[in-house]
Design a binder for this molecule. Sequence first.
Ligand code: TYM
Length: 336
Amino acid sequence: MTKNTVVSGVRATGDLHLGNYLGALKQWVQFVKNENDAEFLFFVADLHAITTPYEANELADNTRQITAAYIASGIDIEKVSLFAQSAVPEHTYLQWLFTSVTPLGWLNRMTQFKEKAGKKRDNASLGLYSYPVLQAADVLLYKATHVPVGEDQKQHIELSREIAGAFNHRYQQDFFPLPEPMILKEGARIMSLRDGTEKMSKSAASDMTRINLTDDADTIAQKIKKARTDPEPVPSSFEDMEARPEAKNLITIYSSLAEVSRESVMSKYGGKQFSEFKGALADLAIEKLGPITAKMNELMADKAQIDAILNKGAARAREIAGPVLEDSKRLMGFWS
Ligand code: TYM
């Protein structure tokens, strides 16, 4: 049996938030702990970050900060290659090759493009439109078998599978494996603290909608205290919880952070006032996130060390990527 290859990434835009942590990073850490014989590649998607407005003088530090968040969350750098996507030029090369097997109709279906482009779609960049093709290259370049992500990336990973299938079919080879999206049953879609029907996101205008991994204890406590709830007490049953998106979100956050079931959270707090539950949730969030924030700050104080980790990771990534790109070109008939 060939060994598993696990690939995932986070866009280098702004701070990471609790959704990124619970939906993606925490799952990666667990995966790395449990699996001793897989190749792990986690990168910072800085090429993806330039598809929406960004500050050039912040990009490199955003990349470092996300790398610091990976390490601070518990990613074992002895087992994992961490790198910046832009340090492995094979990503963009493979993307170009893939554009020739990707019909426009597939890209037109992408909900993330629609959300990010907004109403003025004609003003969105070509980069934003072709974003999912680069994402397919990100994973297929390493012949990834597993891609751990949050719920909102499911459609992109399904597109990666379609692109792999289209390439294999066009060139009559079983060349790319179809990567499996790995999405948690709970915590894969953490919602805004202000609106239980909107996902927690870096791009929401109000900072009160999300908990950032850089927030200090007071800020976390304030945000949880001010989180929207309804006037009823904490739900005690699934039926009750399902109909109340804000309550459901806070229960899900508690259960993911504490690593206990939602049933047990409801059996402890069901019927109690939200003020009490929020106090307990704030304490828990501070207990779990505080050490991560502290470690991130410590790592960011030594940028040279982060850069060394990124360089080492990029060297390993290129070792794998180079031959896959060469083989892809050969199958496509290029001169070499
Ligand atoms: P990004 O940077 O938006 O998010 C990074 C990871 O966090 C997850 N996530 C969430 N999970 C739960 N609840 C939320 N509210 C929430 N918000 C975000 C995302 O699902 C993701 O796993 N296109 C990707 C980055 C990317 C990538 C890739 C991922 C580029 N190439 C290849 C996997 C494989 C993105 O924008 O994620």
